[in-house]
Design a binder for this molecule. Structure first.
Ligand code: SAM
Length: 227
């Protein structure tokens, strides 16, 4: 069955309304300060593109041709490429930053680990992966509802997993989560993931019980503090 969110106008109407639930503000914080070569995966209909500032050179990829066509009027001169995050047509170490706005919920399960390997390959070694994702929460009562709704929503939406635990997935794939913000009871996460553990923070992690905050201080994270 083709999911409702695979039709670009429905997708726009539905995902666009998340802007009213504060997601627009999170999108803004995620990317408005970025400069240099940026890869945005799962660009969809391009709802995130208007949030980039003037110094960003963005390449957006998505495997859905109809969504990519709908993104064209919002491209602002950026490159849009038909591709999956699991098979990227770019040389190694091409990008300064990779942005994933509401994408890891939708990548098919067998492609998750290959996609994270590809992101690591095309990201410069000192680059960062910035994510805005909807996930399981930190409230058991909310997770019960999410778990109940997830199978139906997976079919209706055409592939969106409400119950993904993206932070755990990143950690399993060897990414170092340097910042992890929870919003709306943890339903939305802002994450900064590094392709490898910074050496200083690694030793700090072993030496002190406050490993997480030490590791956050030892690299300049590309996510401004909340205003
Ligand atoms: C919920 S939408 C988010 C779209 C857009 N990023 C936004 O913020 O509005 C999820 C997107 O992930 C894309 N997607 C699904 N599988 C993917 C894959 N293997 N690689 C890259 N993107 C994928 C879908 O086509 C869709 O555009």
């Amino acid at each position: 069955m083709r999911g409702v969110l695979q039709a670009a106008p429905v997708y726009d109407a539905f995902v666009g309304t998340f802007g009213f639930a504060g997601v627009g503000r999170l999108r803004q914080r995620l990317v408005s300060h970025l400069t240099g070569e940026i890869l945005e995966i799962g660009v969809g209909t391009g709802l995130n593109l208007r949030h980039y500032g003037p110094g960003a050179r963005v390449t957006g990829i998505d495997p859905a041709p109809n969504l990519l066509r709908a993104a064209a009027p919002r491209a602002r001169g950026y490159d849009l490429v038909l591709a999956s995050a699991a098979a990227l047509p770019f040389p190694d170490a091409t990008f300064d930053m990779i942005v994933s706005p509401l994408v890891f919920c939708s990548i098919p399960t067998p492609l998750l680990i290959p996609a994270l390997a590809e992101l690591r390959r095309v990201l410069r070694p000192d680059g960062q992966l910035l994510l805005l994702e909807h996930t399981r929460t930190d409230r058991p009562w909310l997770d019960l509802s999410i778990d109940a709704l997830a199978p139906l929503w997976l079919r209706l939406s055409g592939g969106c997993h409400l119950d993904r635990d993206t932070p755990a997935l990143l950690a399993c794939a060897g990414w170092h989560i340097a910042r992890h913000e929870r919003h709306a009871y943890g339903l939305y996460r802002l994450l900064v993931a590094l392709p490898s553990v910074p050496i200083i923070s690694h030793y700090a992690a072993e030496a002190t019980p406050h490993a997480e905050s030490n590791s956050e201080r030892s690299v300049a994270l590309s996510l401004p503090d909340p205003s």
